[in-house]
Design a protein around this ligand. Structure first.
Ligand code: HEM
Ligand code: HEM
Length: 140
């Protein structure tokens, strides 16, 4: 059980890197005025996959921690950063879906969505570090 959650979250990080790479092209085109092709559909697909894995993995992590320790928040920072990610994932998913379904010229929403994407990547890397520390404490 201990390994399923980290593996799912690592796959989520991989898919998110692909989504962010494509999202960066859109950012360059819209905000930096560079000529870049934005593969819209691929970005949405990788983004949905990444956030689906992250949300599923987060739920499993909470369940696994409760099963192992009979409590919530035992992992400290790893738990709180995970909850912050949950809220940001919901915002990123809803804003992304709105922009995908109702297409029009926008400035604020893509910026907020892009900022949420960058923040999610940073938080996921922090989760990788804090999660590895939890594993290290359990095994050494
Ligand atoms: C997107 C990244 C991640 C999120 C959002 C996340 C979230 C969570 C949450 C909310 C918990 C429950 C903590 C508690 O109740 O105290 C948890 C548990 C845990 N996480 Fe993560 N996590 C992520 C990535 C990782 C990674 C990469 C690793 C390992 C390298 C890891 C290792 C663990 C471990 C060992 C537990 C204890 C659960 C158990 O008993 O199996 N996590 N995680
Ligand atoms: C880890 C997940 C994701 C990351 C890192 C991410 C990142 C980004 C970034 C950096 C941009 C450029 C924003 C800008 O121009 O300022 C963008 C745009 C966009 N994203 Fe995402 N995104 C993610 C998930 C999603 C999801 C799940 C959806 C749809 C369900 C989505 C739909 C869109 C759309 C439609 C745009 C273009 C908006 C426009 O310029 O009108 N994204 N994303």
């Amino acid at each position: 059980m201990l390994w399923i959650h980290p593996v799912i979250q690592l796959l989520g990080i991989l898919f998110a890197i692909l989504a962010l790479r494509l999202g960066w092209k859109r950012y360059c085109a819209v905000h930096l005025g560079r000529k870049c092709m934005f593969p819209w559909k691929e970005h949405v697909q990788w983004g949905q996959l990444a956030e689906g894995f992250w949300l599923g993995g987060l739920t499993l992590g909470i369940w696994a921690a409760r099963w192992t320790w009979r409590g919530y928040g035992v992992t400290g920072a790893h738990f709180w950063l995970g909850l912050a990610m949950g809220a940001l994932i919901l915002f990123s998913f809803i804003s992304g879906t709105v922009m995908d379904k109702v297409k029009k010229k926008r400035t604020t929403l893509p910026r907020l969505h892009g900022f949420a994407g960058f923040t999610l990547m940073a938080l996921a890397l922090a989760e990788l570090v804090t999660g590895s520390l939890v594993l290290a404490r359990l095994f050494f």
